[in-house]
Design a protein. Structure first.
Length: 293
């Protein structure tokens, strides 16, 4: 009787000792599987998984299969999704047919229509003023020396008067300067796809100079100087731009170039730089010459 009591008293301790031994063995299996998986060898991890799962399914699910080293070696759990019960009283709704996609009709591409007269461009006007002023200023200097030379050749200063040739110098400088300004305006304005009358630019410059003579009646030096300089410039630019038109009757979609030849006329333009590939090699194109022949 006393021996039976002793056995009953020792049974829980022995069971706890066995459980602790099993726990230690399971932890050791997990360590061995993790070391093998760390080196890329998943076979020991899969073999030990069978043993661990049979020994303690809870330990396998909570600690072995969720170990970050072992989990990639194990096959994903195959648990089919639960099937929800069907309410027999609710009517079945047939699935909706898929929506049909209808291709939109293709509209043929057309280039936008351009206006009949080229619109004014601020950058082009600035270029006309700068280039016209530069060439016109050179024309004034050349014309002044030419007038002085003509006066000397005709004996205009034989009397020793330093101002005897002033009129000849002023007139010649003005005429040559007007031609130079109109020429510069025409060259700048004819760049690209636009053109205009250089003769109208020169005529507008001369007409503006004549109009500026009215400022002499003001007896104000500032007004006189401003009119003498501004009116010829304004007249030349107006004369050219009222005759401005497209170079071709139809839109031209050729690349812009530095020099363009059209029907015997030469004009300067801004090259259109393009980037692309030719036979797989990146290329950059800068057209220098273009035109219609």
């Amino acid at each position: 009787m006393r021996g039976l009591v002793v056995l009953l008293w020792l049974a829980p301790a022995l069971a706890e000792a066995d459980a602790g031994a099993d726990r230690d063995l399971l932890v050791e299996y997990r360590r061995l599987a993790g070391d093998a998986a760390r080196t890329g060898n998943c076979d020991p991890a899969r073999e030990l998984a069978v043993q661990v799962k049979s020994m303690d399914p809870v330990f396998f699910a909570n600690e072995y299969a969720t170990d970050p080293l072992i989990a990639p070696c194990l096959p994903p759990p195959s648990s089919p999704a639960p099937i929800s019960p069907v309410d027999s009283g609710a009517p079945l709704t047939p699935p909706e047919p898929p929506l049909e996609t209808v291709d939109a009709p293709r509209v043929p591409f057309s280039m936008p229509a351009r206006p009949a007269v080229p619109p004014l461009d601020g950058a082009r006007l600035v270029g006309e003023l700068l280039l016209g002023g530069l060439i016109g200023f050179g024309g004034v200097i050349v014309g002044g020396f030419a007038g002085a030379g003509l006066c000397d050749a005709n004996g205009g200063d034989d009397g020793g008067d330093d101002f005897a040739c002033l009129g000849s110098i002023v007139i010649t400088a003005y005429l040559v300067g007007a031609v130079g300004f109109g020429l510069g305006v025409g060259i700048a304005g004819r760049a690209g796809s636009q053109t205009g009358s250089i003769g109208a630019a020169i005529g507008g410059t001369l007409l503006g100079g004549l109009v500026s003579l009215l400022s002499l009646y003001s007896k104000n030096d500032e007004i006189i100087v401003g009119a003498m300089v501004g009116m010829p410039l304004l007249g030349g630019m107006i004369g050219f731009n009222v005759t401005r038109r497209w170079r071709d009757p139809s839109p031209s979609f050729a690349l812009g170039s530095l020099v363009r030849l059209d029907r015997g006329g030469v004009s300067l333009g801004i090259p259109l730089v393009t980037h692309g590939e030719q036979r797989g090699i990146p290329t950059t194109s800068v057209p220098l010459f273009s035109g219609s022949f």
